[in-house]
Ligand binder design. Structure first.
Ligand SMILES: [Zn+2]
Ligand SMILES: [Zn+2]
Length: 267
């Protein structure tokens, strides 16, 4: 059987092939990077040989992250909904131990991913849990392993079991966040709204590794799109990246600071 090559830098799995692709389009895009010594490829079997997944609590949800760190290092979150668990984001490694841990939580009703940097091995996960992967159509060109399990959605919003997927754009045209209304509300933000070391602030970028900002009008549009949603906490893309309180005000004040910086007012 042909292997599905996996890009070592971004962790995205490609369609089956005899040879790995010449390049990874996701890493060649200015929003990622290619290592100085060139592109490297791996497979799920190779990855499983020296990595495992940690499945543990992260700010009230169950997180799944690979150790040692692989690719961009994000951890996924299992988010309960009225239709069953939604896996928010995804990781590349899927082994039996992880699958059994997710089964014990009730399995998955759907997988939803903020943007192509976390597409990882989403199709493997969808097949194992017999569920769809919900992706925004505006980012369809970045799907490296097409599959019938992938369900593209259009427009600004999509509801799933009381949760809302909101297209926020910015970092990617189809950049998506997930709003969970339970409790005081949580925004699961990937790196569309980036949780930074000072938890009283967040930030926004077009390219994080290459430090290329977004236009002010786009950041303002993103902040406005979040205005109808109530949320105290913001959960970013990595273990422990949580804004614990006042999330909505944090987004507003951070967008204002960003606009002032772009206008030269902080110089
Ligand atoms: Zn890549
Ligand atoms: Zn990204």
């Amino acid at each position: 059987m042909k292997a599905h090559p996996i890009c070592h830098t971004c962790g995205v799995q490609f369609a089956a092939a005899d040879e790995p692709p010449r390049a990874c389009p996701i890493c060649e895009d200015p929003r990622q990077w290619v290592p100085e010594d060139g592109q490297r490829w791996t497979t799920m079997d190779e990855l499983a040989a020296d990595h495992r997944n940690e499945v543990r609590e992260d700010a009230g949800l169950t997180g799944i992250g690979t150790a040692p760190r692989f690719g961009i290092g994000q951890r996924a979150l299992v988010v309960p909904s009225a239709e069953g668990n939604v896996l928010w984001e995804c990781v590349t490694l899927l082994d039996d131990e992880t699958a059994e841990a997710v089964d014990a939580l009730g399995g998955l009703a759907a997988i939803a991913i903020s943007h192509p940097h976390y597409y990882s091995a989403m199709v493997e996960w969808a097949h194992r849990f017999e569920c769809p992967v919900l992706l925004h159509r505006d980012d369809a060109r970045w799907i490296m392993r097409p599959d019938p399990a992938i369900e593209l959605w259009d427009g600004e919003k999509r509801e799933i079991g009381g949760l809302t997927l909101l297209r926020l754009g910015g970092h990617f045209r189809g950049g998506t966040v997930l709003h969970r209304p339970d409790g005081d509300g949580t925004l699961l933000s990937g790196d569309i709204v980036q949780v930074i070391p000072d938890r009283a602030w967040v930030s926004f970028m077009w390219s994080y590794p290459n430090l290329i900002p977004l236009p002010g009008a786009e950041v303002e549009r993103m902040a406005r799109a979040l205005e109808p949603f109530a949320f105290e906490t913001i959960q970013g893309a990595w273990w422990g990246t949580t804004v614990p309180r006042d999330g909505k005000a944090v987004v507003r004040r951070s967008a204002d600071r960003y606009l002032r910086a772009l206008a030269g007012e902080l110089l």
